[in-house]
Design a protein around this ligand. Structure first.
Ligand code: HEM
Length: 457
């Protein structure tokens, strides 16, 4: 239907973005805002929380008290560690919470989506693919993002962290307090990602600018002007990536993107398609912008508030990997995810009809007292910290988990070793995002007792 209408009436092209915005942002936001006013738990969680809104942790405990899988107006919702894991692993659920293909609304949505720019939540993104496509595609990508590849990146990440710490040290001579988010927490992961994607040094600024402009694409309820700006940035990024992939094909380097381009199935049936390559690269970039920056910021804030834990880490630096998992457990960069039931099913004794949405509160599962003793306490010696679900679970388990853990370890360890008396100032500001949780502004005084250029450990 879309092609015919668009061909006969070219003006309809302009209608598509407006419809996309309406269906994906304005409509759900309006409906949920109304439901939230009426007390609907899930809607309060999706549109009500934020720096000036409701507190996520209080709402999460309300969900826990309401049972393992309470039903809300638009979705079931769960704070239970066991139920989150069951839903994420179940073949009865799929990822991607878009309007279904059936019915007039579904057809309208499919038409509106036809000329949408590629984004982290649009097919063929891994995040919204399911078996058998997901299995085939993920196997190839996993081979490249292996533990070995992450080990190879560790030394380079250390060098980047040390260089950023040098810059902080220089700046702190004239600026007693500075905002650590742009100066360190964001710069470390984006520099690593630029290396993974083999972005030439002279193009880095352009790509980083496009990446930050496109970053809000995961959020629900964007304003019209923000939505237009995000779509424009996504298109520019796709154009850059298409060109970059051509270069990589012509002259492959040592980077992971070059390896992804070359990756082939064992049976010799080819590798990733162009669309899959662009989508993976886009997702890796988005993940770097949106998540690891939060892990570093949340970690600095937690350690700043718990000097005794920091002192322990200074004495026993081998505890850093566990400390990173404890930060991920207690203050995770991604609060929740969603799944749609593909058929009628039963979870934790609750009937879930096909087509129902389940909101899995990853952050609340991380504080499930059935799994974590005294769950709200920050304890870098907690032996079960790694059981958190901050990287999701099941077949969509984060592809970048090893990379994110390594960056978290190197980033936090380097910072606290170079600035042993780093003080976190009052007035940190959370990002206005709802699904993602991190700091927009985190002012620190690094100067107190900095150790210039200490060797990396
Ligand atoms: C602390 C940092 C990170 C956190 C908390 C995080 C969290 C997550 C979560 C929760 C999911 C699954 C969402 C769902 O089940 O619906 C996911 C998937 C994914 N992440 Fe991460 N992520 C992080 C860093 C990264 C990095 C650095 C990369 C870069 C390689 C990355 C790449 C991906 C990809 C490609 C997927 C899709 C996997 C699939 O659907 O099969 N992530 N991540």
């Amino acid at each position: 239907m879309g092609t015919t209408l668009a061909q006969t009436r070219p003006g309809l092209h302009a209608v598509r973005p407006a419809l996309r915005w309406g269906l994906n942002h304005a409509l759900p936001r309006g409906a949920m805002t109304l439901a939230a006013r009426g007390g609907d738990l899930h809607s309060r969680l999706v549109v009500g929380i934020g720096p000036d809104g409701e507190d996520f942790w209080r709402l999460a405990e309300e969900v826990r008290r309401a049972g393992p899988l309470p039903r809300s107006r638009f979705a079931h919702v769960t704070a239970s560690h066991a139920v989150v894991r069951e839903v994420l692993a179940s073949p009865d659920f799929r990822a991607g919470v878009a309007v279904g293909p059936g019915g007039p609304l579904g057809r309208l949505a499919a038409w509106a989506q036809a000329d949408a720019p590629m984004g982290p939540l649009s097919p063929p993104s891994l995040l919204v693919s399911e078996p058998p496509d997901h299995t085939r595609y993920r196997r190839l990508v996993t081979r490249v993002f292996s533990v070995r590849a992450v080990q190879d990146l560790t030394e380079r990440t250390r060098e980047i962290a040390e260089r950023l710490a040098d810059d902080l040290e220089r700046r702190s001579r004239t600026e007693p307090t500075l905002d650590l988010v742009p100066a360190y927490c964001a710069l470390l992961p984006v520099t690593v990602i630029a290396e993974i994607l083999g972005v030439p040094a002279h193009e880095r600024d352009v790509v980083l600018r496009l990446g930050s402009a496109a970053a809000p694409s995961l959020d629900l309820g964007l304003s019209w002007s923000r939505f237009r700006a995000v779509e424009a940035a996504l298109r520019d990024f796709e154009r850059w990536l298409t060109h970059h992939l051509e270069q990589v094909r012509r002259a492959p380097g040592e980077d992971l993107l070059s390896q992804l381009v070359a990756a082939q199935h064992d049976d010799g049936s080819g590798g990733l398609t162009d669309a899959e390559l662009r989508s993976t690269a886009g997702l890796v970039l988005a993940a770097g912008f949106e998540t690891t920056v939060n892990l570093l910021g949340n970690g600095v804030a937690l350690l700043g508030a718990h000097p005794e834990q920091r002192a322990l880490l200074a004495e026993e630096p081998e505890r850093w990997p566990d400390a990173v998992d404890e930060v991920l457990r207690l203050d995770p960069p991604v609060l929740l995810t969603g799944r749609v039931a593909t058929r009628d099913t039963v979870v934790a004794g609750v009937p879930v009809p096909g087509g129902s949405v389940v909101a899995a509160l990853l952050a609340a599962a991380n504080r499930d007292p059935e799994v974590f003793a005294d769950p709200a306490r920050f304890d870098v010696t907690r032996s079960s910290a790694r059981d958190h679900v901050s990287f999701s679970s099941g077949r969509h388990y984060c592809l970048g988990a090893a990379l994110a853990r390594m960056e978290g370890h190197v980033g936090l360890e380097t910072l606290h070793r170079r600035f042993p008396a780093l003080a976190v100032e009052a007035g940190g500001r959370r990002r206005p995002t709802r699904i993602l949780r991190g700091y927009d502004v985190l002012r620190v005084s690094p100067r107190a007792g900095c150790v210039p250029g200490a060797p990396a450990r």
